[in-house]
Design a protein around this ligand. Structure first.
Ligand code: SF4
Length: 372
């Protein structure tokens, strides 16, 4: 059935995809592949009254396994791929960015992409052409992974679990059906209840591989500033062939609505800004248009605080919950052995076996999208 809720990013209807997903899971002819976004792991246990320590990503995998998905993967793998593409694109566009005085914008939040296209259409060509992690994940599954499995991509039904309502409509933009169904964190709650899954008794289980391998850089995508920080970590490496300190760009962290920072990238001064919430975004965009501020790279997320506070997450009545969710992500980053997208072994393999290198012909065809 359909249910309608208020979406913080622009009057979207919450289409209920649970039935569609269950049909696919029950169909033996269909291969179901599910991806879990970074922000979901910070909040899925809240409505079951589970602690943050107990409600881990691995326990969520345990629950999804009981429902019967064939492969359970991690959107953070695709976030790392997004960084490889977007970081390389930023470096390629940098001379033009410096010349025009106009920044490149991140493109992974569909609420923001919709906003810039309707409110500032003359700036839409400043968006990165890299698909968002959700779309990239679907596109990689139906190309590289289908080839690896030796199956027709048509047989794969790709499900996303997202903190977001806008993600439900994202896949239709470029006509390609990278993702077949999108469940919000709240819909997963309904799914678990429908299957009588005792969440407080769930065991931890591992993501499947190869598309389940993630890094600390991929996981912080779920918080405002995370995409920027992950991109700078890898851009630094791409320019210097050396890794920076993993925390070198932490100035972009925090829940402030409009942050800015300046970094030295091997002798080139890079000025960045990070905004979340559409009010802050409008102020920032107007300042850019009036020439009051100049940035090279700008990250925008529609939801205040980023995807951890997305419209598909469990409802909360106090703001400290957003801070708690944020702490989960930065804790996961800190304790991950790999903190750079370019060091994700599955990402390296994916390029070796299929895409060749970031911005290759194949990457452009499958992992990028035209915004204008
Ligand atoms: Fe969706 Fe909000 Fe995240 Fe944007 S910031 S991708 S609208 S959850």
């Amino acid at each position: 059935g359909q249910c309608v809720v208020n979406c913080p990013v622009g009057a979207l209807r919450e289409r209920d995809d649970v039935g569609m997903v269950l049909d696919a899971v029950e169909d033996d002819e269909v291969i179901t592949v599910v991806q879990v976004a970074p922000a979901v792991r910070t909040a899925w246990g809240e409505s079951f009254g589970l602690s943050k320590e107990f409600a881990t990503a691995k326990r969520l995998v345990g629950g999804l396994r009981k429902i019967g998905f064939d492969y359970i993967f991690d959107t953070t793998f695709a976030a790392d791929m997004t960084i490889m593409e977007e970081g390389s694109e930023f470096l390629e566009r940098l001379p033009e960015i410096k010349e025009s005085g106009l920044p490149m914008f991140t493109s992974c939040c569909p609420g923001w992409v919709k906003f810039i296209k309707s409110q500032y259409p003359d700036m839409a060509d400043r968006l990165s052409s890299a698909k968002s992690p959700q779309q990239m994940f679907g596109a990689i599954t139906k190309s590289y992974y289908a080839q690896k499995l030796g199956v027709d991509p048509e047989k794969i039904f790709c499900v996303s679990i997202m903190p977001c309502l806008a993600k439900k409509d994202e896949y239709t933009w470029d006509g390609a059906k990278d993702v077949d169904a999108v469940l919000t964190t709240r819909e997963v709650e309904r799914l678990f209840k429908a299957f009588f899954i005792k969440t407080d008794e769930l065991e931890e289980d591992e993501f499947d591989n190869p598309l389940g391998e993630s890094t600390g850089a991929g996981v912080i995508f779920g918080a405002t500033g995370g995409v920027m920080e992950a991109a700078l970590r890898s851009a630094y490496y791409l320019v210097t062939k050396k890794n920076p300190e993993p925390d070198a760009f932490k100035a972009v962290r925090g829940l402030d609505g409009w942050k800015e920072a300046e970094f030295d990238l091997d002798g080139t001064d890079i000025k960045v800004a990070v905004a979340s919430g559409l009010g802050n975004t409008r102020r920032l965009m107007n300042a850019i248009k009036k020439g009051e501020v100049h940035y090279d790279f700008v990250e925008i997320m529609s939801c205040p605080g980023g995807c951890i506070n997305g419209g598909g997450q469990p409802f909360k009545d106090d703001a400290s919950m957003v801070e708690e969710r944020r702490n989960v992500l930065y804790g996961l980053d800190k304790h991950n052995n790999i903190r750079f997208s370019h060091e994700n072994p599955s990402v390296i393999k994916c390029y070796e076996e299929y895409f060749e290198k970031p911005l290759s012909h194949k990457s452009h065809e499958i992992l990028h999208v035209k915004h204008v």
